[in-house]
Ligand binder design. Sequence first.
Ligand SMILES: [Zn+2]
Length: 76
Amino acid sequence: MFFLFGLTSRERVLFSRSASCHFCGRFAPQQVIQRATKFTVFFIPLLTVRKSRLLVCTNCGGASPLSAQQQRAMAV
Ligand SMILES: [Zn+2]
């Protein structure tokens, strides 16, 4: 008997808003992306191991990590 287990990572766009990018300096839509890493057994995701948020510029693709507090401040 064997178990097939591993980790998978999924990304989801939470929201997007226009702001100036600190990589390219352009005023462009910035996407807030949530990346969830999940523990899988037989390719079925069971537990969320880690969650992180990224702020990604749609113009240049520059990404920077975002804390939960920063995300809440941007969503208002
Ligand atoms: Zn940019």
